[in-house]
Design a protein around this ligand. Structure first.
Ligand SMILES: Nc1nc2c(ncn2[C@@H]2O[C@H](COP(=O)(O)OP(=O)(O)O)[C@@H](O)[C@H]2O)c(=O)[nH]1
Ligand SMILES: [Mg+2]
Length: 453
């Protein structure tokens, strides 16, 4: 991918202004470069906060050297650092101008701008963390709900790594015994009997099954779900959006056709990250902007995990072009809005709510979770990332094939077939942790990171 022998630098804190902004360097020259920035002759004391001044060097002529900022410099010598290389963190005042100037000075002194995720990539390549832990770093940073953060931290902490390692270890053991049987057929004894192989595989299958049992929940927890609010104009969609998100993001007026673009807001629904999408009311219109808004609304409806179809309960349904007859299909939930006003219709298949009084909103939140098949996410699923889930499913399928081959026709077990399937299962598991990773996998995964991670 990119060179791992040079020294990289990036702003590690988020864009914008703050009390503190951190510039991070990693690589063989990290200490030298930072000492040059602060005009220090002697080495920095490891893991010690050192107060220093960043000096912008003069050009020896008209421009004199001048101080840039007062900073705290901390050096983490290899290998006890995030990347397992020499790392220096410079905590400056959190001003983008100051931080960019420090980056420029570091580059003048021989550092290179880090690529997205390059610090974590180095941590992985240097054996500090496996691939799934590196992915958990990104998940932890991206977490929106506390539960998402906790599951990501579990993975970073090594829970899933441990589970995978245990399965891999059992596989390794079984493969070794089978290989011995094949390699020494004349020794006069079998290292494993056919029946034993099948039952050993069953034990391993129990572990993959346990892991996969939680996968659906885990995936939902990690990825969250998208809920689109659709319906005719002026029925109270934007008001419902604001009530559920607790923010006044969407404009509410009594004029139909107010919402013309998609408005989204992410909320925490019992630990699940839900992205609410408010849409333009669907109607015939000549207005080009509104027409585009309606096209976007239709697309949002198609991609959403769940669609709230909203109607105004104080106006006859026919006038709104909706019928609400029969059970709604799985992905749709009917909402009868403005329940605080006198009702013009009633439907058992819809949920009455009022954004004005808040009536029915708690029930609606529950219905949203129910519709998505989410039991309360009180305990933490071990596996959440679709890449990991697919690979464990592959391993599980290979194990099943191996077991069937082992059971084959009893006496004559085709050991080679069993072995090949067991090797496939191992390969899949090793791709989860990155022990075995196809060429472009790392590039693909780390491209998701931001610069400075
Ligand atoms: N009485 C009452 N009026 C509401 C309620 N929700 C929305 N409205 C009013 O209905 C009008 C349209 O609301 P809005 O949320 O913009 O509807 P949208 O066009 O579907 O997004 C506004 O005048 C709101 O004040 C409600 O729960 N009760
Ligand atoms: Mg609206």
């Amino acid at each position: 991918m990119f060179s791992t022998t040079d020294t990289i630098v990036a702003i590690a804190t988020p864009p914008g202004r703050g009390g503190i902004g951190i510039v991070r360097l990693s690589g063989p020259s990290a200490q030298d470069i930072s000492c040059r920035l602060i005009g220090r002759g002697s080495a920095l004391k490891p893991r010690h906060a050192t107060l220093a001044t960043i000096i912008r060097p003069g050009d020896g002529g008209r421009e004199a050297a001048d101080p840039l900022d007062r900073v705290v410099v901390t050096c983490f010598p290899a290998p006890a650092s995030y990347t397992a290389e020499d790392v220096v963190e410079i905590s400056a005042h959190g001003s983008p101008v100051v931080l960019k100037a420090i980056i420029a000075l570091a580059c003048d002194a021989g550092a290179r701008l880090a690529e997205p995720g390059e610090f974590t990539l180095r941590a992985h390549l240097n054996g500090r963390m496996d691939l799934l832990q590196a992915e958990a770093v990104a998940d932890l940073i991206d977490a929106v709900t506390p539960l998402q953060a906790r599951t990501a931290f579990d993975q970073l902490n090594g829970t899933l790594t441990g589970t995978i390692a245990a399965i891999d270890g059992a596989l390794f053991d079984l493969i070794a015994r089978l290989e011995a049987s094949i390699d020494f057929p004349d020794e006069g004894y079998h290292f494993v009997e056919a029946g034993t192989v099948a039952s050993s595989i069953d034990l391993i299958l129990q572990r993959t099954a346990r892991l996969l049992a939680d996968a659906g929940r885990g995936r939902l927890l990690r990825e969250g779900m998208q809920v689109a609010i659709v319906g005719p104009p002026n029925v109270g969609k934007s008001s419902l959006f604001n009530a559920l998100s607790g923010a006044g993001r969407a404009i509410v007026t009594d004029r139909p056709g107010t919402t013309r673009d998609l408005v989204t807001e992410t909320i925490d629904l019992e630990g699940v990250r839900v992205t609410l999408v408010d849409t333009a009311g669907i109607r015939d219109t000549e207005d080009v902007i509104e027409t585009e808004g309606i096209a976007r609304a239709r697309r949002a409806e198609v991609v959403a995990d769940l669609v709230l179809v909203v109607a105004d309960r104080s106006i006859p349904l026919e006038q709104q072009g909706l019928d609400f007859v029969g059970e709604p299909a799985g992905r749709f939930l009917r909402v009868a809005a403005k329940a605080d006003l006198p009702a013009a219709w009633h439907s058992d298949e819809s949920l009455a709510i009022s954004s004005r009084t808040g009536a029915g909103l708690d029930l609606l939140r529950q219905r949203i979770l129910q519709a998505m098949d989410v039991e309360p996410l009180s305990d933490r699923p071990e596996i959440t990332n679709i890449r990991h889930i697919r690979l464990v499913e592959q391993a599980d399928a290979a194990l099943r094939r191996a077991r069937n081959a082992a059971l084959g026709d009893g006496a004559s077990m085709p050991e080679e077939f069993v072995l090949a399937d067991l090797q496939d299962a191992r390969a899949a598991l090793e791709e989860v942790t990155g022990k075995r990773a196809p060429g472009d996998l790392l590039a693909h995964i780390f491209a998701r990171f931001c610069i400075g991670k």
